[in-house]
Design a protein around this ligand. Structure first.
Ligand code: DX5
Ligand code: ZN
Length: 224
């Protein structure tokens, strides 16, 4: 039985009360804080930087999963590691030197991962599987919360699961498979069945008054 993790995206949280929001959502049963960083260059939207990561760090002991939608990547990745990130992922096409960027993240003591847009091929993984702790598949085009899940992603989840299982059967270790975008109570089971173990959900959780009800319903779906 796979271990499932729920990672609320703070993009849909109340930014005026971010520390409290993070604390509340973890108390409601979430496992990981998903922290979306947008630069108005790689994606057409602008969010927050390392200062905000550092500000929420004392409010939770849960892992902070920083999703960098930025270009260039390396300097910001190092700043987020200093700001208390546990996991840092980036989009391979946003870095000129993917292997080097993975090294920057791991040398800073964080887990590292690559993020794939719906149309980005998984072949970027071919020569770096040994440096990857997480694969993040976007099930929407990055830049905004509250978009609709792209069903074609399910085939990609199956493909990524196959790659992870083949790699870890041969070389050992653990690689998480996270899916991000449009995840709700009514599709999380299908995404899990395709092979995901970590689920980002922003609007599905933060747009409801009671986070625990949503997270419990997601877990019930995952236990089916
Ligand atoms: C989109 C972000 C997502 C987003 C998910 O670019 O990477 O993490 O916040 O939001 P929902 O769950 O609302 O699709
Ligand atoms: Zn994200």
């Amino acid at each position: 039985m796979r271990t499932f993790r729920i990672a609320p995206s703070i993009l849909s949280a109340d930014f005026a009360r971010l520390g409290e929001e993070v604390k509340n959502v973890i108390a409601a049963g979430a496992d990981i804080v998903h922290f979306d960083v947008m630069d108005n260059h790689y994606v057409p939207n602008l969010t927050v930087g390392p200062l905000v990561c550092e500000a929420i760090r004392p409010h939770t002991s849960a892992p902070i999963d920083v999703h960098l939608m930025v270009s260039p990547v390396d300097a910001l990745a190092a700043s987020f590691a200093k700001a208390g990130a546990d996991i840092i992922t980036f989009h391979p096409e946003a870095s000129h030197h993917i292997d080097r960027t993975l090294g920057v993240i791991k040398d800073a003591g964080c887990k590292a991962g690559l993020v794939f847009n719906p149309a980005t091929p998984l072949s970027f993984l071919d020569h770096v599987m040994d440096k990857v702790d997480m694969i993040l598949l976007m099930s929407v085009n990055p830049g905004f919360g509250g978009q609709k899940f792209i069903p074609q992603t399910l085939n990609k989840v199956r493909d990524a699961r196959r790659r992870i299982d083949e790699y870890t059967a041969q070389y050992g270790g653990e690689i998480w498979l996270e899916v991000d975008g449009g995840i709700k109570v009514d599709n999380i089971a299908e995404v899990a069945a395709a092979g995901a173990d970590t689920f980002v959900a922003g609007s599905a959780i933060f747009n409801q008054p009671d986070y625990k009800t949503v997270i419990d319903a997601m877990r019930a779906e995952l236990a089916r």
